[in-house]
Design a protein around this ligand. Structure first.
Ligand code: EZ4
Ligand code: CO
Length: 407
């Protein structure tokens, strides 16, 4: 199964996506997602200039060998750009191998360990009435687990709210098109005062059973995160995500000592080394890495197998900046592993769904990758070509005194 052609397709239907498309001599087409939100073209250049020339003529069956070759022969290891590029190659090779075998990819990964994947969606509102409407809307769509984000009094534009006070709706996700990143404001004390009351109100309205999640998006110090985890204990969160900035694994030890609120982290990690202490010392409960940003199925599987030894489960990142290709890869992996926890799922827009034809399903709050050979996603290159790349940036934060803060 020799790789004859490797193309990097950039398209921007509802937002920018980078897709690697491998074609074999036998005419099979495999897809891999290489989308790195806000830094897309860096991965495009890495792939086009440095990886594509190495792929032509290789045996597409040699997935582990190709992974090790790309990782070790670069000499410069890790990092989001490198690992997204390797991920795209890895997923495209798994797609090809499963198509060649005539099986859905999850079969090659060991077969189904469950009938469907519990998914959570993103409810949000500037205030409680808006938030309650959003939760009800998600329940109507069938979601059985819900992430809750709200506005904070005194702050005008903060992470996770589908519309801000200027009435401008995010295009499904936080990156915004334009030549400069949007500035948002942040005040940790105001947030810490406000959030427990929000969860109190949500539990009163929707009862004790609904799994609720929350994303603190890297903004807290360890002691602030510990306090928040403790304050939220009465509301029985499924998880508190990214409580502290991710680089310092030690921070989680302090948080852990103070709270029984389950902790999830890792959407911006890119290798198993970022998790080494967190997993071995059981400082977290859920691994947030995406297939797309963590070296593909081959590497994320190793992280999740390591995590399984410590009863730590998957919580694979699934915002709209993961393309339908990256999402399908997550679903095949999630269906196969034993230590599946939950899958994040924000729906893509109609333009995206025209560019990427998908066969995965969402029924009664559960995702299933479908039973088509391979990933089950095809790329309509004609449609893709009608949506050229548009510059977009993730926002950034300033405190009230003007200091840049973690976003
Ligand atoms: O901010 O994917 O849990 N989900 C998240 C996302 C991230 C974006 C960044 O590109 O934190 O919304
Ligand atoms: Co997050």
């Amino acid at each position: 199964m020799i790789i004859e052609q490797a193309e990097v397709v950039v398209t921007s239907p509802d937002r920018n996506f980078v897709t690697l498309r491998l074609t074999t001599e036998d005419g099979l087409v495999g897809l891999g997602d290489a989308t790195l939100n806000g830094r897309e073209l860096a991965v495009v250049a890495y792939l086009r200039e440095h990886v594509v020339p190495l792929l032509i003529g290789r045996d597409a069956h040699r997935i582990e060998d190709t992974w090790q070759f790309l990782y070790r022969s670069a000499y410069w290891r890790r990092g989001p750009v490198t690992m997204a590029a390797i991920a795209a190659v890895d997923v495209a090779l798994w797609d090809l191998k499963a198509q060649a075998a005539g099986m859905p990819l999850y079969q090659l990964l060991g077969g189904a360990s469950r009938t469907g994947l519990l998914a959570y969606g993103h409810a949000s509102g500037r205030d409680l009435p808006e938030l309650f409407d959003s939760i009800r809307d998600h329940l109507d769509q069938g979601y059985q687990a819900i992430r809750v984000q709200t506005g904070v009094p005194g702050l005008t534009a903060i992470y996770g709210i589908a519309s801000n006070s200027t009435g401008v709706r995010y295009d499904h996700e936080p990156a915004q098109r334009g030549a400069r990143p949007a500035e948002e404001d942040w005040d940790t004390r105001a947030y810490l005062r406000h959030l427990p009351a929000v969860f109190d109100a949500v539990r009163n309205e929707f009862g004790p059973e609904l799994p609720l999640l929350h994303d603190a998006h890297h903004r807290l110090t360890p002691i602030q995160a510990a306090r928040l985890g403790k304050a939220l204990e009465p509301y029985d969160l499924f998880w508190l995500e990214d409580a502290t900035p991710a680089e310092n694994q030690q921070a989680l030890r302090l948080v852990r000592q103070h709270t029984t609120t389950p902790l999830a982290i890792g959407e911006i990690f890119n290798t198993i080394w970022d998790y080494q202490e967190l997993i071995r010392e059981q400082l977290i409960d859920y691994v947030r890495s995406a297939v797309t940003h963590t070296g593909g199925i081959t590497h994320l599987r190793k992280i999740l197998d390591f995590a399984a030894q410590y009863q730590i489960k998957s919580g694979i990142h699934g915002p709209t900046d993961i393309s339908p290709v990256g999402m399908a890869a997550a679903l095949h992996l999630g269906l196969a592993i034993h230590n599946f926890g939950i899958q994040e799922y924000m729906k893509h827009g109609t333009r995206t769904n025209q560019v990427f034809h998908q066969t995965f399903t969402f029924t009664d709050g559960h995702l299933h990758p479908g039973d088509h050979p391979g990933l089950g996603v095809t790329l309509n290159t004609d449609h893709a070509g009608t949506y050229p790349y548009e510059q977009a940036y993730l926002p950034y934060n300033r405190l009230t005194d003007g200091t840049i803060h973690d976003w």
